[in-house]
Design a protein around this ligand. Sequence first.
Ligand code: ATP
Ligand code: MG
Length: 507
Amino acid sequence: MVSSVYSMGLNGVEAFLVTAEVDISRGLPAFEIVGLPDASVKESKDRVRAALKNSEFKFPVSRIIVNLAPGNIKKYGPIYDLPILLAVLSASGQIDFDNNDSIFIGELSLSGELKHTNGILPMAIKAKELGLKKIYLPKANAKEAAIIDGIEIFPVNNVLELKNHINYEKRINIQPRTEIIFKNNNSLLDFSQIKGQYDAKRAVEIAAAGNHNILLIGPPGSGKSMLAKRMPTIMPSMNFEEIIETTKIYSILGMLSQENPLVLKRPFRSPHHTVSPAGLTGGGSIPKPGELSLAHNGILFLDELPEFSRDSLEVLRQPIEEGKITISRVKSSFTYPCSVLLIVAMNPCPCGYYGHPNKICTCSKRTINKYLSRVSGPLLDRIDLHIEVPSVEFESISSYEESEKSELILKRVILSRNLQNQRYKSKKICNSKADLLKFKEYFEISPNSKKILQKAFEKMGISARGYEKILRISRSIADLENSEKILEEHILEAIQYRSLDKKYWYH
Ligand SMILES: Nc1ncnc2c1ncn2[C@@H]1O[C@H](COP(=O)(O)OP(=O)(O)OP(=O)(O)O)[C@@H](O)[C@H]1O
Ligand SMILES: [Mg+2]
């Protein structure tokens, strides 16, 4: 007899329906799994056999074939234990249940307990999309699945409990919907703690407004890391769609808490410079998301940029422009989103004082060039704003005057984001990514501004990408001032943010 039970598989951040079909026939006793299972799926056999026996069932002494359909997509992980067990029980006549509108997910222990499973959120989303009505899953995942409305979640502790539910002896209670409670930013960090550095703060505000990548360069102790770490305090909170997108990544990696299974704050990821290229972009034999995707919809901060390996920096180029990463494997390819605001910080040379007005740099020209060349031209070109963070002046650092609070800067950023949302009719597109052709009327500049830009283009050797970036930054500056048009002063300021490479890299 053949029985089938629905379950789910993961491909990147998307889930797909998997059917566990079981055929039990007479013949020499055997237990085979087909349908591109990986090693951990194959091990299901032993777990299912033991869990079944330890849950008051009999393991059929027959020829058992399990097929995980569709057969052309590789299946990873131990989550098929539960659907395989149920299909075996149904095919051997030990249970009788109506399961056409349900999916079953979960790894089993030998005693039949269901264990926490990764990737539940994307699976619940897909199940709802497919019109399924019920999900049976490990209790530890119930709160996570119940984020999704309109589908019944049944938290299961063990196989015995599920058996009693199916036989109507003792029903399992449906998990109540997980409420999303938006929290206020209660960070101890604040922009008011940064003294002086008005130009750098201005640049960081523009970056937050238009979601632009930014490079901070300057001597040791000038406040670069301080600025970057306070950036989340001037970013608007995530909307529901963004929260779900980001939570999906953390769900796949099993990084959600069972009690509060939502990523509500914009991520701020600051990987150490020893991170491998795969650690940054994602990888592994079963490809997993990396730091870039963990920062999806948030900030990726690379401090001490030249210390990162050249390979790590070069693999960043494409994903930061495209907002997604595709990792290819022999029989499959995985795509993970990584729409991030990239902040990078660095010293101008190994001793840190190259270009300093009153400290002597002890590095040779060759050492400086070698140090700076670790950050390649193409990577530099992809960073929208370049800003110098000089040493803080004594007057600023010794002053008791409090600088502007993050709250006030955030207000301006939100106003400017609202303008962008209305203009691009999307909550996801900011000036840094807007289609320049589609929205060309908003990026139009006066003939005089054009002349200024032409001069800069020719004199400073700005690339075509650099030209585009200047327009985008000018738009963000104009938005911060609620100016409908991009004015000359906006263009002039934007050009300044593209001129540092000349001072340090190409002098
Ligand atoms: N503008 C500033 N206002 C107030 N304190 C500052 C400022 N700049 C630096 N500091 C103080 O100096 C410390 C070091 O600053 P920070 O770590 O941001 O420097 P940095 O520019 O990242 O230096 P490095 O190049 O060595 O990494 C801070 O913890 C803070 O106490
Ligand atoms: Mg630092």
